[in-house]
Design a protein around this ligand. Structure first.
Ligand code: AVI
Length: 310
């Protein structure tokens, strides 16, 4: 992700009649720190749900996997702290695994490896730095059966058809009998979802505004952060939680040698966090080329770890 594509994406997105910026650019060093704060927020129920499922049902998930020896490849693995719960369960039921965490950040993969080996010193861990698309190709030549994991409801940040395209892409790198385990935030009381993206302390607002700050820092933009508001909305018809930055006044913004005009109340769409029903997940599994699926949900039915089999 060089700054070359960052500038191109920013200019392209702000030139559209409905201005938009890709949410992947939230995660510079500062944005990643703010995201850690989001994960601790009372309103942001997702990590707690995922952890509950992992603690209570990891063994059942592991038992569904019809292989004694296999590779576990985790996309966007981060520090691996939640995955460790699952890996321990797999090892405890006597399966032989190699854990292959993939992430953009080499630093976080070092932390991940150390974390995992502290608890499971005999586990074979092979880290793979890079983005989803380039690194997943690296698993093609590995001879063992596979379980690919994609946790944290990251699939929700792929807008519309892009989620289908991405899961098909993963499916292409699996053989019949391989598995895909995905963390998915489910449709629920819309008030609960809305609150998760509109916290009282304004942490999500800081997260969203950091995107403009990043443009100022890295691309020498001149956004006045005080002239933008964060707006998070959930549409129960589409199941999409959408984040916007709203220009509170008419203004011109300069980035490199480009000028972007904002009318008062004009918005930049910055993120989609798609929510699914279990029925939609069944359809998604079929649409993306899987032959079987099973959902493991938390006690409130807020979140699912969905296991797809090719
Ligand atoms: C990383 N991703 C799953 C988060 C989400 O819920 O869409 C990012 C996030 N944006 C605002 N709060 C959290």
């Amino acid at each position: 992700m060089g700054s070359d594509s960052f500038i191109n994406d920013v200019i392209w997105g702000l030139s559209d009649p409905q201005k938009h910026l890709p949410s992947k650019y939230f995660y510079d060093e500062k944005g990643s720190r703010i995201f850690q704060e989001i994960m601790q927020m009372d309103e942001y129920y997702l990590p707690g749900c995922e952890r509950e499922i992992l603690y209570k049902q990891s063994q059942q998930i592991a038992n569904e996997i019809n292989h004694e020896e296999f590779d576990i490849i985790e996309l966007g693995a981060g520090d691996g702290s939640k995955t460790l719960i699952f890996l321990e369960a797999v090892v405890n039921i006597g399966k032989k695994i190699t854990y292959i965490p993939m992430d953009i950040s080499e630093e976080i993969l070092k932390v991940n490896r150390q974390h995992i080996l502290e608890r499971l010193p005999d586990l074979s861990v092979e880290v793979l730095p890079g983005d989803y698309f380039s690194t997943i190709r690296a698993i093609e030549s590995r001879p063992k059966p596979r379980l690919v994991m994609f946790m944290g409801s990251n699939i929700g940040n792929f807008p519309g058809e892009k989620a289908i395209e991405f899961i098909r892409f993963v499916n292409d790198y699996l053989n019949p009998g391989d598995y895909f385990l995905m963390g998915v935030d489910l449709k629920k009381n819309p008030h609960v979802i809305r609150a998760a993206y509109n916290d009282k302390k304004g942490i999500t607002k800081r997260f969203n505004l950091n995107l403009l700050e990043r443009i100022n820092r890295e691309l020498k933009g001149d956004f006045n952060l005080k002239a933008f508001e964060h707006y998070g909305v959930y549409n129960p018809l589409s199941g999409a939680a959408l984040s916007f930055l709203v220009s509170m006044q008419e203004q011109d913004i300069h980035i490199a040698d480009h000028t972007f005009h904002f009318d008062q109340y004009e918005t930049i769409h910055t993120e989609v966090s798609q929510k699914y029903s279990l029925k939609e997940l069944d359809q998604l599994a079929i649409k993306t080329g899987f032959s079987w699926d099973r959902h493991f949900t938390d006690s409130r039915g807020y979140y699912s770890l969905s296991l797809f089999k090719k």
